[in-house]
Design a protein around this ligand. Structure first.
Ligand SMILES: NC(=O)c1ccc[n+]([C@@H]2O[C@H](COP(=O)([O-])OP(=O)(O)OC[C@H]3O[C@@H](n4cnc5c(N)ncnc54)[C@H](OP(=O)(O)O)[C@@H]3O)[C@@H](O)[C@H]2O)c1
Length: 174
């Protein structure tokens, strides 16, 4: 299982329920990377999508504690155990490499222990923010394995990086 996120210099990911920046190359990389896989997200992140609808061409699994919450075209889970049951049962045939935790902050925080990789778009700017991804540079369990070449969009510098967790028996692997 992998986490995928766009973070700023301070590992910030959002403000007032919204993303910090809309960088077309980042959106494209997100679509390409997660296409045909499973995306796991929180109910608040779902509400930021157009019409609050799940993402097309992907299996969407949405976390909510509200037992009455429904979303057409998506699976709802109410706790991590139910997520693991779903992945081991209904979606057992999906390779672990194709399962992505896509946010927001609370879901990254809770599911990062189950991830073995993180696909990070690093935006070299500091935004006002109220939602954060855990700082992997300060976590000795994680190491950066790749730093992409610097790219620019409307004066914003960014690159595509990858992190890998050092051997961890809790991580879901193939
Ligand atoms: N930069 C990026 O890559 C990126 C990606 C995604 C999101 N974001 C940003 O992240 C921010 C949203 O993050 P957030 O932390 O506020 O919200 P979130 O993680 O998207 O969703 C939180 C909701 O998920 C449900 N939930 C969380 N833990 C649960 C659990 N253990 N069991 C059952 N349900 C659970 C609850 O839903 P109920 O309230 O329904 O119970 C909770 O209110 C926004 O600013 C968004 O734009 C950024």
């Amino acid at each position: 299982m992998k986490a995928i996120a766009a973070v700023d210099q301070n590992w910030a990911i959002g403000n007032n329920g919204q993303l910090l920046a809309h960088i077309p190359a980042d959106m494209k990389q997100f679509r390409t990377t997660t296409k045909d896989g499973i995306v796991i997200l929180g109910r608040k992140t779902l509400s930021t999508f157009p019409h609050g609808a799940p993402l097309r061409n992907r299996i969407n699994i949405i976390f909510s504690r509200d037992p009455s919450f429904r979303c057409e075209g998506a699976d709802i889970v109410h706790d991590i155990e139910s997520l693991l049951d779903l992945l081991a049962g209904k979606y057992a045939s999906v390779p672990k490499d194709n399962i992505f935790v896509i946010g927001g902050a609370s879901i990254y925080r809770q599911l990062l222990p189950l991830c073995s990789e993180a696909v990070i778009t690093r935006i070299e700017k500091s935004f006002e923010a109220d939602a954060f991804f855990p700082d992997l540079d300060k976590d000795e369990q994680w190491e950066k394995t790749e730093e992409g070449k610097t790219q620019y969009f409307e004066g914003i510098r960014f690159h595509f990086d990858r992190y890998r967790k050092n051997d961890d028996p809790c991580a879901l692997r193939d």
